[in-house]
Design a protein around this ligand. Structure first.
Ligand SMILES: C[S@@+](CC[C@H](N)C(=O)[O-])C[C@H]1O[C@@H](n2cnc3c(N)ncnc32)[C@H](O)[C@@H]1O
Length: 230
């Protein structure tokens, strides 16, 4: 594994990793995420879906609860998270691995999707990743990259979280103090938390169907890629 993905591996392969996965871990939050994903994927009855960067599998678990007809698969770079995923749901097939190498899966899928993964993929790997993904989907299948963090909205999201516990004035002061840590492109380009918008621009040069939805907190757009797009 190269140095970059090795750093992602260490970031997500520890005992606290489940707290780094998503903003809302409550039951209703997980159901909302699963619903959000299903609305955008619209999987046909009995479809096979692969979740790239599935983390602890809690969202796939909710997806199965809502749509028990689906055949769900997940892959994540973190063995610790995949162990939790296997403990969380026995109804999906999970593999440990880098999404850049889908050899662990022999089959093709109706839908391959990611939820909050793209910002961890190096810019230079993104086109190759999508070519490899398109090779792993069935005819009429789709690849979707969903719910990508919007760093500009992140400050607003942080402010709303702070305001729940503190007065607005104190929250603004605290936001001012923590602001350097939420700076756009805080890590090196293509690193742990980079701006995925550049990836979208990169993809636009390949005439992709890029669909924008209104932002909900810091999530703002979804990429849908079909066969022959690349
Ligand atoms: C922000 S979390 C989202 C997890 C999950 N999709 C969810 O929403 O609950 C990003 C996940 O992507 C995984 N990940 C990041 N880069 C990866 C890569 N190159 N290959 C496989 N998994 C990766 C991380 O281990 C982490 O579980």
């Amino acid at each position: 594994m190269n140095r970059y993905y090795n750093s992602i591996f260490h970031w997500f392969n520890n005992d606290n990793a489940q707290y780094k996965l998503r903003g809302n871990n409550s039951e209703s939050g997980l159901i909302a995420y699963a619903t959000y994903i299903l609305e955008r994927l619209s999987p046909p009855h009995g479809a096979s879906i692969l979740d790239l960067g599935c983390g602890d599998g809690k969202i796939l678990e909710k997806i199965i609860e809502i749509r028990p007809d689906l055949k769900c698969f997940g892959i994540d770079i973190s063995p610790k998270l995949i162990k939790q995923a296997i403990d969380n749901t026995c109804q999906c097939h999970f593999e440990v691995g880098n999404v850049l190498d889908l050899k662990p899966f022999n089959e093709k899928f109706d839908i391959i999707f990611s939820f909050g993964l793209v910002q961890y993929i190096k810019h230079n790997d993104f086109i190759d990743l999508n070519r490899a993904l398109l090779a792993k989907i069935k005819d009429n299948g789709i690849v979707c990259h969903l719910s990508i963090p919007d760093n500009r909205k992140k400050k607003i999201a942080v402010l709303s979280v702070l305001s729940e516990k503190h007065s607005t004035l104190l929250s603004i002061l605290m936001l001012f103090l923590v602001h350097p840590f939420f700076k756009y492109n805080f890590f090196e380009d293509g690193s742990l938390w980079h701006n995925p918008m550049r990836l979208v621009k990169q993809m636009n040069t390949f005439s992709l169907s890029t669909i924008s939805y209104p932002a909900d907190l810091w999530y703002r757009f979804n990429m849908i890629i079909k066969k022959n797009d690349l």
